[in-house]
Design a protein around this ligand. Structure first.
Ligand code: FE
Length: 205
């Protein structure tokens, strides 16, 4: 730990609030800091977008798995064995040339942590939460995603009970690729619907 880590002026107001809350809850015996550390470590190192990416890559390769994923994503992802359990009701929605799905939580920041890890900062911003609904095409353009006018955009509102995983289309030029290599094309943002999968030429061989 560096010396200036003890300088509280370096912390943002939110970080100070979190620290104060954690201190009080720990002193009163409501939380165990060691357990908090374990949970944070798990979300930083073990749970992340690679889990969702495996589900998407498997769906690209295996039509039967894809059918299960689109019918019952919680069951399909749990069956991959990459997570012990998917706590929330997970729904997979497929992007096609005619239909593009993107996900927002208009109320707060509900996000499929089990398959995508920690949410990006912009996902929780008021600007994204309001504009994703009122101007999804404009938001996509800000992310560098320009869709044909004919493509319909559907915005899904995440809730505490229901989370969404976007299944993007498989990029051309990936015929014969194994799952691990396909996974490298599948970004977090393309599983939120604010991005597209990388093209083969965008990753190292
Ligand atoms: Fe929420």
């Amino acid at each position: 730990m560096s010396a200036d880590a003890h300088d509280h002026s370096e912390l943002s107001p939110i970080q100070l609030r979190v620290r104060a809350l954690e201190t009080i809850l720990t002193e009163k015996g409501y939380v165990d800091p060691a357990v908090l550390d374990l949970i944070v470590e798990r979300y930083q190192t073990k749970i992340g977008p690679h889990i969702g990416a495996r589900g998407v890559a498997r769906a690209w390769l295996d039509p039967e798995f894809k059918a299960v994923l689109l019918a019952d994503a919680t069951r399909a992802i749990t069956a991959l064995g990459v997570v012990s359990q998917v706590g929330d009701h997970l729904i997979a929605v497929e992007n096609t040339p005619g239909h593009h799905n993107m996900v927002v939580c208009t109320l707060c920041s509900c996000y499929p942590w089990d398959v995508l890890g920690l949410p990006p900062v912009w996902y929780k911003s008021a600007a994204y939460r309001s504009r994703a609904v009122s101007d999804p095409r404009g938001v996509l353009a800000d992310f560098g995603v320009i869709l044909p006018e004919a493509t319909q955009i559907r915005v899904w509102d995440s809730t505490a009970e229901t989370r969404f995983l976007v299944v993007p289309p498989r990029p051309a030029g990936t015929e014969g690729w194994p799952e691990e290599r396909l996974m490298r094309l599948i970004t977090r943002d393309c599983m939120i619907g604010t991005g597209l999968p990388l093209r083969p030429e965008e990753i190292s061989p």
